[in-house]
Each structure stands twice: as C-alpha cells, then as structure tokens.
Design a protein around this ligand. Structure first.
Ligand SMILES: [Zn+2]
Ligand SMILES: [Zn+2]
Length: 280
C-alpha cells in the first residue's frame, strides 16, 4: 500500500513560511491499496488538496474519521469529489450515544456554519462506524476506541501483506505513573502491534505535556515509547502542535530520539511525504 500525508498538523491549521516544510494543514492521510482502492484517514484541511489531486477514473472513495473534533472534519465540505456526480464517497465515523453520524455532522455541515446542507450531498453515503473489523475495498480495517476525549478510535489497516496503524489523537500515558506499563493495559496496543508503519500523535515536548495532561495528546517521548512497546517498524510523528514551527519540530525530534534508543525508524511527519509498504 502507498501512504501519503496531506495534513500533519493538530488542533488548528497553521499555514505560513515557518511551517512550510512540515505543513500547516490538519489531519488527513491518503492510503492507496495495491489494486487502487482509495482510503482517506480523517478529513482535516489536508483533504482539500487531496480531493483536487485524486484524478479522473476514481469512482469510489472511503473516508474514515477517528472522531469529530473540528481539526478532523474541517476540510470535508471542501472535498471536491462530494460535488462530482461520478464519484461516490463513503464516510465512516463514530456515532454518539444519542446521535448517529449524520446527526452529529449536520451540526457543522449546515447554515450558518456552512452554506451547503448535508442532505444536498447526494453522492455521500454515511456509515456509523462499527468498532471492530470491517472492509473498505481491498482494505481490512480494525477500529478500536483509544484514549482521547469523547468517542475516538484508532485504526489498523491491512492490505497486500502490509499493515498501517493510525493513531492521530492519542494519550496512552494518561493515568499511567510510568509509561508504558503492561502491553494489555496500554491504549491502542492491539492496533499498533508489529505494524510496518505507525502514524502517531506527538503533539508536545516533554515540558509542554506536563501542562496538558488529559488533553488527549502525547509527547514525543510517549510516541517513541509507544512505538517501542508495540514493536512498530517505523514511527511517523503526527498532529504537530500549531505553535511549533519547522525548526522546533526538527529540534524536538532530534532531542527526543537522542535521549532514548529507539528500535525503529523515526520520521517527523511532513505534508507530502510518501511511504510505500509491502509489495505493490
Ligand atoms: Zn486532532
Ligand atoms: Zn481530537
């Protein structure tokens, strides 16, 4: 499978000259299967340029949401395939205890917050996300709840013998006196175990995390420790804090990887980066 990052920023878009290398768009990742299935992880502002780049010939796109915080759905209304009669978009996302996915999304995709009504997007098919396993085209997907405020899931995605874990918003260290402890008590462990590529929340420095315990995110140190615990082969840090410019991300990544011996490759997630997994 082929993985491309279209938005790596957390919380709110942060465009500008000093974030140009890692990118200012919020969470969005494109995954292409060996036979061409198009899967999109989250609909942050990065989904807008992805929609423009999809190209002709694509007839179906599956978009899976981790949760409905604004940085993960803000680009949805600007996803060009939603207005293309030749493309069917299937959107998978968590319901709440009182509202289905449609009821939750309509709060954003309706006036006054957005000029187009959700009901007018005729080629959009909504699915309340099943926690557990399901298929989207050639992808076998496992969705499981993870530690983050509200109903939030992480994903494990398999196709063509390759595996990817996507844990964009994740605080597995919450409530753990010395992270990590046991594998079976660690949020997200089953999703990320032995994956080829782990895309994981790394929003804060160690010092910043101390002031943001319970906000739902990880420090770089936590992301590295989680990657080591799960034996992921390659960690891509993600959901960069909007206050961190490119030089900050370079400096924090270098410091964190120098401080601990990490048994896997580590790459700071940059908009436009492409990862090839398994054989195509
Ligand atoms: Zn987020
Ligand atoms: Zn969130």
């Amino acid at each position: 499978m082929r993985v491309r990052l279209w938005g790596t920023r957390g919380s709110v878009a942060a465009p500008g000259a000093d974030t140009a290398r890692y990118g200012g768009n919020t969470s969005c990742v494109e995954v292409r299967g060996p036979h061409g299935t198009v899967l999109v992880l989250d609909a942050g502002t990065g989904i807008r340029p992805l929609g423009r780049a999809l190209g002709r010939g694509v007839r179906r796109v599956d978009v899976v949401l981790t949760h409905l915080h604004m940085d993960h759905i803000q680009g949805l209304g600007f996803f060009a395939p939603l207005y293309d009669p030749d493309v069917e978009t299937h959107l998978w996302g968590p319901a709440s205890t009182t509202l289905n996915l449609r009821g939750r999304l309509v709060r954003y995709l309706s006036p006054p917050l957005f000029p187009v009504h959700l009901r007018d997007l005729r080629r959009l098919v909504l699915h309340d996300l099943p926690v557990g396993e399901f298929d989207a085209g050639e992808f076998r997907i496992v969705a499981d709840r993870v530690c983050h405020p509200g109903f939030t899931v992480g994903y494990r995605i398999a196709a063509g013998g390759a595996t990817l874990a996507y844990l964009s918003d994740h605080e597995p260290a919450l409530g753990v006196p010395c992270f990590p402890v046991r594998e079976d008590w660690t949020s997200g462990y089953g999703l990320a175990r032995d994956v080829d590529l782990l895309i994981h929340d790394a929003q804060y420095s160690r010092a910043e995390y101390a002031d943001h315990v319970g906000w739902g995110h990880s420090s770089l140190d936590h992301a590295l420790a989680f990657a080591a615990l799960t034996r992921a082969k390659h960690l891509v840090t993600f959901h960069h804090d909007p206050a961190h410019d490119d030089d900050d991300i370079d400096r924090l990544t270098a410091a964190a990887t120098a401080a601990v011996r990490v048994p896997c490759a580590v790459t700071a997630g940059a908009e436009g980066a492409v990862f090839e997994l398994g054989s195509r």
